[in-house]
Design a protein around this ligand. Structure first.
Ligand code: URA
Length: 314
């Protein structure tokens, strides 16, 4: 059969199919008919083109295109088979934001602090655990509004297993009373729970105290953080540079940190509600530098003002 008659036959076949509404994939213009005159299956009155006798018709179907070439020539999608659905990455699981811990009631706080104290007494996470006479977890009102945090036990505290019971402790007691509170109403603890000594071979010596070092603070940090989260006081008062830098910011000096409130953020626990922290001078520093007491009193009055304590500034 001549090429001419084959072409004519194909053209007629296309015309016929277009009229029948079957050829959207052949002619991009075909969809325009959708709003048009002829509905599917409706007879058009046009006769089917006749295949010349003895001839066969070969129709080539379009080859599948790669997604890349389809994106290069979007029009090609009109005549190509639909592309495979793109592979969509599975959505990342929603980030789990730790919810705030529920506030404990008093008996839950008492039990949790007692259990933590037993853990602290058995702790040997750093070398201080080998040289202490007694660990000093802390003590006071489990429901306190105010919590004092010092740097670490000294000679007297190591012997008694209680915080701030030496000379610095006696001054702290006076500070607490000046605030209109009693020792029984507050909670007192330290960053380090065991006595850091300059000469660990002679724990019986006086004047054998030093500040806890970075490794000791890192080992103990989770204990003070847990205590704060259990008690969840309204205010933490950091006594001295070691406590202030451990709980507020490493880089700044006490002079730069004291005299203002910060929102307390802890590394290992989520607080049940916001807690404010204020830094002031350590009572031992006040014993050495009585001239600083005025500034310390100004700091303490900031907390008194907030709590509406007797003697607060109007
Ligand atoms: N100094 C502290 O920092 N803590 C104590 O318990 C006693 C003295």
């Amino acid at each position: 059969m001549a090429n001419d008659s084959l072409r004519r036959l194909i053209a007629e076949l296309k015309t016929f199919l277009a009229a029948q509404g079957e050829d959207e994939f052949i002619s991009p213009a075909a969809p325009l008919r959708a709003a048009g005159a002829v509905s599917k299956g409706e007879p058009t009155g046009k006769p089917l083109p006749k295949m010349p006798e003895g001839e066969t018709l070969t129709v080539e179907f379009p080859k599948a295109v790669s997604p890349q070439s389809a994106f290069k020539n979007p029009a090609s999608q009109l005549t190509e088979p639909p592309l495979p659905a793109p592979v969509v990455a599975a959505p990342e699981p929603a980030r789990v934001i730790p919810s705030e811990e529920p506030q404990m009631n008093i008996s839950q706080k008492t039990a949790a602090l007692a259990e933590l104290a037993e853990t602290i007494k058995a702790c040997t996470r750093c070398p201080l655990g080998a040289t202490r006479l007694n660990a000093v977890p802390g003590e006071g009102n489990v429901n306190a509004d105010v919590m004092f945090v010092g740097e670490g036990p000294g000679f007297d505290e190591d012997r008694q297993g209680r915080p701030f019971v030496g000379r610095a402790g006696q001054l702290l007691d006076k500070m607490i009373v000046a605030m209109g509170l009693t020792r029984e109403q507050v909670f007192i603890a330290n960053i380090a729970k065991c006595h850091p000594m300059t000469d660990p071979l002679h724990p019986e010596k006086h004047g054998n105290d030093r500040a806890p070092n970075a490794e000791e603070i890192a080992c103990c940090r989770k204990y003070i953080e847990k205590q704060i989260s259990i008690i969840c006081p309204k205010y933490v008062i950091a006594l001295g540079g070691v406590a202030a830098k451990a709980l507020i910011a490493d880089a700044k000096s006490l002079g730069a940190l004291r005299g203002k409130f910060y929102d307390l953020h802890l590394d290992s626990v989520t607080l049940p509600r916001p807690v404010k922290i204020l830094a002031t001078f350590h009572p031992a520093a006040l014993l050495r530098n009585p001239g600083w007491k005025k500034d310390a009193w100004t700091d303490l009055q900031m907390v008194m003002d907030e709590l509406g304590l007797k003697g607060a500034r109007k």
